[in-house]
Ligand binder design. Structure first.
Ligand SMILES: *Cc1c(COP(=O)(O)O)cnc(C)c1O
Length: 456
């Protein structure tokens, strides 16, 4: 094991291919269905929204997909990212556990999202797309895509959930600095947005509504396509650079047995899958034996309290039906501060892996998470984004258990972003104004009654 604090890789060790976990799973995930025919969607159904290269990656049976040179060139701006040994957090907790974190906050946008935004912009540009339309909740995905579109000369139009648009003016300015146009969602510019505004002119918006708006705009224009920052297979595929690097870094750290526990937060599942899938490959091959644990907010608990069912990815019902852990497509979560985790659904691939028993999931209330974020900031220095504080809360409770039992557990977590744009959330926590939302069962039950009825 290492005495080092930062385990870094040379640029020459940047992964050259993304890893596709599907061929290694005991069974493949159920396909997305066309909401009209209830048949699996084909490439032609997706072509108005995505470039062919990404559609091919969505369904590929290959175990590895080569990363284009042009994408590697942009990745080199911040990758490989550092793996840290959290010596100071360990000391603060007086734990015999060895805690590591893979830090994705060093990207230009401050999170893991550019790992997929860059290839998505690249493949769009390569296939002649002029403009990409997308949604953003907390602003992380919009920032990542705005940065990536600037790299490849694409226009970028972003529907930003109204509540964040008002509360996070600096995220908006960041996107505009990279050249994007940002609309508050719901907006009057789309049919989906106008409909919501007619019912509720003060609607705070939701990720589901913003997706409907961006999909509508992309579907209605030949040179415009859509991009999604999480949930889909190709997004999870692109994020596997995180885990591939971490495996090499664990070897460099002298931790040949690998981690005992890997913890990550899940909104749509991409940063968790990106870290976990390469380690899952090693586990399925019998080389290591870690436990994987997803952490979600108690206010938006898709894995732990949602239903595994076919549902729409958006509120208006424009997207294919996805088999996933869902709280219902018209579920609007309480306004917790971990904006990136406020999604009604979950990655279908990760949902399938969860059904197969390949990992565990727990839910955490937000005050425990912010407490963990503050403990982390005061020991390690980095102020985490509100989303990964969920993972840190679980890491800290495990490390405290180890302090009682004496177990030298090796824990790895995904520190998937920094919190520099989230000071208002920290401020609310520090001033004692933050509340925990325990989601009442009747709200989940009500939203689930509106799941699409399937005839089979
Ligand atoms: C978007 C985001 C998330 C949630 O998305 P996943 O696809 O679950 O990773 C988590 N953390 C950060 C920092 C984000 O930007």
């Amino acid at each position: 094991m290492t005495g080092r604090t930062k385990i870094t890789l040379d640029e020459s060790e940047l992964p050259r291919q993304w890893y596709n976990v599907i061929p290694d799973l005991p069974s493949p995930p159920p396909p997305p269905l066309h909401p009209g025919t209830l048949q699996p969607v084909g490439p032609e159904d997706l072509a108005p929204l995505f470039p062919m290269a990404l559609i091919a990656q969505e369904v590929t049976a290959d175990s590895y997909v080569p990363i284009p040179e042009e994408v590697l060139d942009v990745y080199r701006l911040w990758r490989p990212t550092p793996l840290y040994r959290a010596h100071r957090l360990e000391r603060a907790l007086n734990t015999p556990a060895r805690i590591y974190y893979k830090y994705e906050g060093v990207s230009p946008a401050g999170s893991h999202k550019p790992n997929t935004a860059v290839p998505q912009a690249y493949y769009n540009a390569a296939e002649g797309t002029r403009r990409i339309a997308t949604e953003t909740g907390a602003g992380q995905w919009g920032s990542a895509l705005a940065f990536s579109c600037a790299q490849f000369g694409l226009d970028c139009e972003i529907w930003m959930v109204r509540a964040s648009y008002d509360q996070k003016p600096y995220r908006r300015t960041l996107m505009e600095t990279w050249g994007a146009t940002v609309h508050p969602s719901p907006s009057p510019e789309t049919t989906a947005g106008a409909k919501v505004l007619a019912d509720d002119p003060d609607s705070p918006g939701s990720l589901g509504i913003a997706i409907s708006e961006a999909v509508e705009v992309a579907g209605g224009s030949a040179d415009t396509r859509y991009a999604l920052g999480s949930v889909l297979n190709h997004v999870l595929l692109h994020q596997t650079v995180i885990g591939e690097e971490a495996i090499k870094q664990f070897q460099a750290a002298g931790e040949e047995a690998g981690p005992d526990l890997i913890v990550g937060c899940t909104g749509g599942g991409s940063n968790f899958a990106g870290l976990v899938f390469p380690f899952l490959r090693e586990k399925l091959a019998g080389r290591i034996n870690p436990v994987f644990r997803a952490v979600e907010p108690a206010a938006s608990p898709s894995f732990t309290r949602g239903r595994y069912a076919y549902d729409f990815g958006d509120t208006a019902g424009f997207t294919p039906l996805l088999k996933m852990h869902t709280l219902g497509h018209d579920f609007i979560p309480d306004p917790i501060h971990a904006g990136g985790l406020r999604y009604h659904g979950m990655s279908p691939l990760l949902s399938h892996a969860y059904e197969l028993g390949l990992f565990e999931a727990v839910a955490k209330p937000q005050r425990e998470c912010f407490a963990a974020g503050v403990t982390f900031a005061r020991s390690e220095g980095i102020v985490p984004a509100p989303e990964p504080t969920h993972a840190l809360a679980e890491v800290i409770s495990e490390a405290k258990r180890c302090a009682e039992t004496g177990e030298e557990k090796v824990i790895l977590t995904a520190l998937c972003g920094h919190g520099h744009f989230d000071m208002s959330a920290y401020q609310r926590y520090l001033s004692g104004e933050m509340d925990d939302f325990e989601l009442p069962q009747d709200r989940i039950d009500a939203a689930l009654t509106r799941l699409p009825a399937l005839t089979r």
